[in-house]
Design a protein around this ligand. Structure first.
Ligand code: G3P
Ligand code: MG
Length: 240
């Protein structure tokens, strides 16, 4: 079980508060999204634009990290989280390490910044986690094959996962080309035969976003290794 965007539906997504919430609720693994600010500093955010999850306006890729750090990324979720900033990736990484939280770093490049985002995120991850115990080595994933290729060049020692919505017929060739160890797909687009084919080929298989316990049970019965969930209450750390 992996807490989606840090704390699922229990904290403002992609904030340090969300990572703390996932940990507080007993999760041992979290997923979060990493994008580059205008000054090429990696930060945690999902959308290319600021409006949905902050009090800022415009594009993340046009806004320098020091400005992002002054925005409120918590109040939209709940007044309790007012003042929670858009976190730097380096701060999120250090927090995960200090809490003993395993991280799936989803490289989420703004359009046109695919390779740079992959390189920068992987380089920083390799630095922060260089002395991490094996169980805490993070997994880099992305929908962007250009980002994954750049991540592989920058930090070949870090494991990679390929994000796909529906699993295409050529999934195996794509995984091989990028040296990916796991495939992460949309649970609503996955069928049992495809799941078993991926698992039997020796790859890890994870699905998002699984918020229904019955669906989670069905996916695990198909051989899925992990699910990303927002419902940290219904699909808890020891759910099976
Ligand atoms: O990494 C799994 C999942 O987070 C992918 O979708 O849009 O929530 O980043 P999204
Ligand atoms: Mg994500």
């Amino acid at each position: 079980m992996i807490a989606h965007r840090g704390g699922g539906k229990f904290a403002p997504e992609n904030t340090l508060a969300a990572l703390r919430k996932g940990h507080e609720l007993g999760f041992r693994g979290v997923e979060f999204d990493v994008m580059l600010a205008a000054d090429a500093v990696p930060v945690l955010i999902h959308d290319e634009t600021l409006e949905r999850t902050t009090n800022g306006r415009g594009n993340v890729a046009d806004t320098p990290a020091p400005v992002l750090g002054t925005l409120d990324a918590g109040a939209w979720f709940d007044a309790h989280y007012r003042g929670e900033p858009v976190p730097l990736f380096v701060d999120a990484a250090r927090l995960c390490l200090s809490l003993g939280l395993w991280a799936n770093i989803e490289i989420k490049p703004a359009t046109g910044h695919e390779a740079t985002t992959g390189r920068v995120a992987a380089t920083l991850a390799a630095q922060v986690w260089q002395d991490a115990p094996p169980g805490l080595v993070p997994l880099l994933s992305s929908f962007s094959e250009a980002a994954l290729a750049a991540a592989r060049s920058a930090a070949p020692q870090l494991p990679r996962g390929l994000l796909l919505d529906a699993v295409p017929d050529d999934w195996h060739a794509r995984m091989t080309a990028l040296g990916c160890l796991s495939l992460h797909c949309n649970q609503a687009r996955l069928d049992e035969r495809t799941a078993q084919g991926i698992v039997q080929a020796g790859y890890g298989l994870a699905t998002w976003t699984v918020n229904d316990p019955d669906a989670a049970r069905r996916l695990f019965a198909w051989g899925v290794d992990a699910v990303f969930t927002d419902r940290l209450d219904l699909i808890g750390p020891d759910f099976c």
